[in-house]
Structures are given as C-alpha cells and as structure tokens.
Design a protein around this ligand. Structure first.
Ligand code: AMP
Ligand code: MG
Length: 391
C-alpha cells in the first residue's frame, strides 16, 4: 500500500494538461485561463467624476464661495469647454472631468440658484476624481493559468477581452458497477439499492468545470463490464465505482487489465478508500477505480479526483486545499492509515462525527469538512490544531 501523497504523485504523472480552446467571455466563468492576457485599454480611459456634484478648480474649494455654472457633463457626454477660476460644471458620476477642473464638490454641499451655486460652510476633503488608469493601464497583464471567478470575468470584460483561451473541459465517463444497483426513480427489488455516488461525483465534476457522463450501470460479470468500457468513447478520464476489492465479484481490475490498462497503483493506506486503483487505458484515457462505498467514493472524489481534474486543466499539481481548526472535542489515536473523518467546522472549531461508517451518506451530507488524521497520529485533546479539507 502506498501513501495518499505517493498516490497523488502517481496520478499527477498520468494527468497531462488538455488542449486550449477559445470561448466567448460570457462562457468563461469557472474555466481555467490557458494563456496570459493583457488589457487592451486603460481604465478609466479619462479622469472621471466619482460623485454627482460640481466640477471646479481646487483653489475655489472655499466654504460659502459663489461660482457660476457654465455647463454640464454626464456619463458618455463630456463638457467641451474649460473650467476657469469662478466657474463650475454640473457633473455626474462617470463623466469625464472637464479641462481646468481639479475637484468635485458633492451636490449635498451645494445650494443652487439659477446659474449660481454657493458652497456649504464645511466641505469634505475630495477630490472625488478617479484618475485615468487608476484601475489598470493598457498592457496590464492578467496571469494564467487561473480558474476564472465572477470578478475575473468582470475585469476581463473591462479590459475589452471578448474571447478567452481556456483549457477545454475534461470529459469524464463514470461507470457504476454492481448487480444490486438500480437507477434513482426505479423501484428496487428486495436485494437492490439505488445507485448514488455516480450522481454525487458527476455533481462534483460539474462544479470543477469538467463534463461528466454517466455510463450504463455495469453488472458484476466480464461481458457487462466490457460493454461499459466499450462506451467510454473519447473520455479523458474514466471513473469506475465499486468492484475493486478482492471479493469474488470484484472484476473491474481484471477486465480493465484484459482491455490493456497499464496499472499505476492499487490500494492506498487511507480510510475510507483503501481499494483505490489507477492507470492508463488503451484509449489513452486515465482510469481511476474508486471504491464502491458511497462515502469512500465521494471522499476519494475530493482527495484524488479534484486534484486530477485541476491538473488536466493545466493548474499546478497540488493536493486538495487544506485549512486548520481547533478540535472542539478530543479524538482517539489513529491507526496506520490516513483517516479522512467526516466533520463539522463551526466558529473555527472542528468536531468529528461519532459515526464514521463509509456507507453513511447522511453523515457525509451533514459534514462540511474532512478532518485529516495522519497515519499513527496519537490521541488529540480539545483545543489542539488539526488539518481539514472543506466540503
Ligand atoms: P463494492 O466495492 O462493489 O464491493 O461495493 C461496496 C459497497 O458499495 C456495496 O455495499 C455496494 O452495494 C455499494 N455501492 C457500490 N457502488 C455503488 C454506487 N454506485 N452507488 C451506491 N452504492 C454503491
Ligand atoms: Mg460491487
């Protein structure tokens, strides 16, 4: 058995970044930018008013002074003249600051009477002017690789970048295996259960910007598994679920090997998730064989599949993001396998659930983190700092 870190290294060795495609800006959210970009213009392109008020010369910003209004500037409509001492231009947020003006007096500090304004008896500091280029200048770089957030999309739009080079979505085929499984919505027979974790994994993959596809459920025999493998088409990654322990009905590894899978590793010193398997199929696709227990499959999804998808998207190889919290209650000593305990983090304190059976999806759904116990970690007291992965 290898460690979680060793398994991740072997997975990263298999995960080659995918090709680049160009998408419209509006489709860029959640995608990974593949190449650095540069702003195509300066923002703001001109000095602009930050408030509604009056543009004047800084020297005239004296309490109770009277000034003559000589025109108006609104967003999209500049005032073409020049502001001299004694003048003011009515101005609105986003309008270019007129030549000669160096200060905006907010309208709340002004009393207007016809063409004349009188400034109030106390004035704020101002100047309420956004200098040209305050946000970014033409040529300002936008770095890659980066998964694009809503704020990134707004910034790239402002930079006038209407099309984006992104890594294409990883295509992931998901294969559940088992004679006992039926689809949600069907009526299970007396010995049957509903297939669940393939749907959870598909949801996880969609969140990561991948394209999941559910294959028909493969039954626990060679023919059915072969048929399911024949349907992976151009998948970049094949996730099998179940059939990977050493029981008589656990045929996934055998059938994959018959079909030319080059095995990278099998079995990890981890709880839950020991019977994890990985390799490369004859089609060139990566394969990760996940354990069947619903929670094991989902935990392996967070610990292994998520970092693999990120690597396929050209992001630097890295384990799932970790954070730390103080234990709210003591935990017992851990055994020789790294343990990912379902836990709740509240107000910076973490509590592991009492029930850690890897079949309990209700516990996983109630958890918002996985408490990481290193192999052979001794018992820990309340208050000690531990690592966790957010769910
Ligand atoms: P296996 O690894 O095939 O022995 O499966 C371990 C346990 O997980 C068994 O109780 C299976 O019924 C269950 N299981 C396997 N695959 C799935 C699945 N896709 N959805 C829900 N439960 C599953
Ligand atoms: Mg099975």
């Amino acid at each position: 058995m290898i460690s979680v870190a060793e398994a991740l290294d072997k997975l990263f060795a298999l995960a080659r970044p995918l090709e680049t495609e160009t998408v419209p800006l509006a489709q860029g959210h959640g995608r990974v930018l593949a190449a650095p970009l540069a702003a195509r213009l300066t923002q703001p392109p001109f000095s602009a008013s930050a408030m509604d008020g009056y543009a004047i010369c800084e020297e005239d910003a004296c309490p109770e002074i009277q000034l003559r209004v000589i025109g108006e500037a609104a967003a999209g409509h500049r005032f073409e003249g020049t502001v001299a001492r004694g003048n003011a231009v009515r101005i609105f947020t986003g309008a270019p600051i007129p030549a000669g003006a160096s200060r905006v007096i907010i309208q709340e500090d002004v009393v207007r009477d016809g063409d004349m304004i009188t400034l109030g008896d106390t004035l704020d500091k101002g100047p309420h002017i956004r200098p040209a280029g305050a946000d970014f200048a033409e040529g300002t770089p936008f770095h890659a690789p980066k998964r694009l957030t809503p704020a990134d999309i707004a910034l790239l739009a402002a930079m006038n970048l209407a099309e984006l080079p992104v890594i294409r979505r990883p295509r992931v085929a998901i294969m559940s295996t088992g004679d006992e499984l039926v689809m949600p919505g069907e009526t299970p027979g007396p010995d049957q259960i509903i297939v669940s974790n393939s749907f959870g994994l598909a949801a996880l993959l969609s969140d990561l910007g991948a394209e999941p596809r559910l294959l028909p459920i493969a039954r626990d025999n060679h023919d059915s598994l072969r048929t399911a493998f024949s349907l992976i088409e151009d998948a970049d990654l094949v996730l099998t679920i179940g059939g990977a322990s050493v029981g008589d009905h656990d045929l996934v590894g055998n059938v994959a090997a018959d079909l030319g899978m080059e095995r990278s590793f099998y079995k990890i010193a981890m709880r839950p998730g020991k019977p994890l398997m990985a390799g490369r199929l004859a089609t060139g696709a990566m394969m990760i064989g996940l354990p069947g227990n619903p929670v094991s499959a989902m935990v392996c999804g967070h610990v292994f599949v998520t970092p693999v998808i990120r690597a396929l998207q050209g992001l630097p190889p890295a384990p799932a993001t970790e954070a730390t919290a103080a234990l709210a209650a003591p935990v017992a000593a851990n055994g020789p396998r790294e343990h990912y305990m379902r836990a709740r983090i509240e107000n910076g304190q973490i509590t592991a659930f009492n029930r850690q059976d890897s079949a309990l999806l209700s516990v996983l759904a109630a958890a918002n983190g996985l408490l990481i116990r290193p192999p052979n970690d001794p018992a820990r007291e309340a208050g000690e700092t531990v690592r966790y992965i957010s769910l």
